[in-house]
Design a protein around this ligand. Structure first.
Ligand code: NAD
Ligand code: ZN
Length: 261
C-alpha cells in the first residue's frame, strides 16, 4: 500500500491539481465505526429502510422516530453528543484544505465527521443530524437527546419536527445542490472515497466533473459503478484511512510548495 504505482499516480494527480475536490460516501466513515447501508454489516439489515421514507414519516412519525433515535444512539452524532470520532481519512482531508491543497468536500454522509475533523468547506449533500426543522412553522432547533425525548418530537407550535437530513422521496437541499454542481463543474481533480455510486442524484456529480475534464481518483476496497463505467482514471483498492495517510506521506515527501513540509 505505501508505494504502489496507483498510489503514486494518484499522488501525482493530486499534486498537479489547481482545484481539488473530494466526494465522499458512507465508506469513509466505516473506519470510524459507522456501518454503511448495504452489505452484511449494513444499516438496512437492522432497520427497515421505508421508515426513512418521507411519506412513512408523515403517516406514522412515532415508528420513524423510534428508528431514527435507535440509529443516533448507536453511532450518529447529534448536536449534544459525538459517539464516534473522525478517522485519518477525514483528518487528512481537513489538513489538505488547511494547506490550500483541497478546495472542498462534497459528502453524502450525514454524520458530520468532516466538520468535526476541521474541514470548513463541506457541502452536506444529504443534510446532517445537528438540527431539526418544524414542518409547520419552519423553525429550526438543535437535535439533542432532550429535544427528541418525546415519542414524536414537536415544535412549540405543535408541528412535527423532522431531522435536517433528507429522507427518501425528498429533494436535495437547494444550496447544497448548487454548491456541489459548481464545485464538480470547476474542479480539475476529484477524489471519490467510499461511495458505491448507486445513490442519485449524488452519483451524477463525478461523471459531471469528468465531462468537464477533471481527473478522477477513486479510493475503495471494492470496484464500484464508477470503476466499472470507466469514470475512474486511477483506482486505489484500499481502505480510506490507510490510503489517505499513504497519499499524504507521498505528497509531503515530494513537496510542492503548497504544504511547507
Ligand atoms: P454505500 O453504502 O452505497 O457504499 C459504501 C461504499 O464504501 C462501498 O462501495 C464500499 O465498498 C465502500 N467501503 C467500505 N469500507 C470502506 C473503507 N474502509 N474505506 C473506503 N471505502 C469503503 O454508500 P454511499 O455511496 O455513500 O450511499 C449510501 C447513502 O447512505 C448515502 O446517501 C449516504 O448519505 C448514506 N449513509 C450515510 C452514512 C453516514 O453518514 N456515515 C452511513 C450510511 C449511509
Ligand atoms: Zn413550529
Amino acid at each position: 500500500m505505501s508505494d504502489s504505482p496507483e498510489l503514486r499516480k494518484a499522488a501525482e494527480a493530486i499534486r498537479k491539481s489547481r482545484k481539488l475536490a473530494a466526494f465522499t460516501g458512507a465508506g469513509i466513515s466505516v473506519e470510524s465505526g459507522i456501518p454503511p447501508f448495504r452489505g452484511s454489516n449494513g444499516i438496512w439489515n437492522r432497520y427497515d429502510s421505508s421508515l426513512l421514507d418521507i411519506d412513512c414519516f408523515l403517516r406514522s412519525p412515532a415508528r420513524s422516530w423510534e428508528a431514527i433515535k435507535a440509529m443516533f444512539t448507536g453511532f450518529l452524532a447529534t448536536a449534544d453528543r459525538a459517539p464516534v470520532a473522525p478517522n485519518p481519512a477525514h483528518r487528512v482531508l481537513a489538513k489538505w484544505e488547511a494547506e490550500g491543497r483541497l478546495a472542498g468536500v462534497i459528502t453524502q454522509n450525514i454524520d458530520g465527521l468532516h466538520t468535526t475533523a476541521g474541514s470548513r468547506n463541506v457541502i452536506e449533500y444529504h443534510g446532517h443530524c445537528r438540527t431539526m426543522t418544524c414542518l409547520d412553522c419552519g423553525k429550526t432547533i438543535p437535535l439533542t437527546a432532550e429535544s427528541t425525548a418525546a415519542d414524536v418530537p414537536r415544535c412549540a407550535c405543535g408541528g412535527l419536527l423532522k431531522p435536517d437530513f433528507i429522507f427518501f422521496g425528498e429533494g436535495i437541499p437547494p444550496k447544497a445542490a448548487r454548491d456541489a454542481e459548481e464545485l464538480a463543474a470547476t474542479c480539475d481533480c476529484m477524489v471519490l472515497v467510499g461511495t458505491s455510486g448507486a445513490v442519485y442524484p449524488a452519483a451524477a456529480l463525478p461523471p459531471a466533473a469528468k465531462r468537464r475534464g477533471a481527473a478522477i481518483v477513486e479510493i475503495n476496497p471494492e470496484p464500484t459503478a464508477y470503476t466499472e463505467r470507466g469514470v475512474t482514471d486511477v483506482f486505489i483498492a484500499g481502505k480510506a484511512g490507510e490510503t489517505f495517510l499513504a497519499l499524504d506521506r507521498l505528497l509531503g515527501a515530494a513537496g510542492n510548495g503548497k504544504d511547507g513540509e
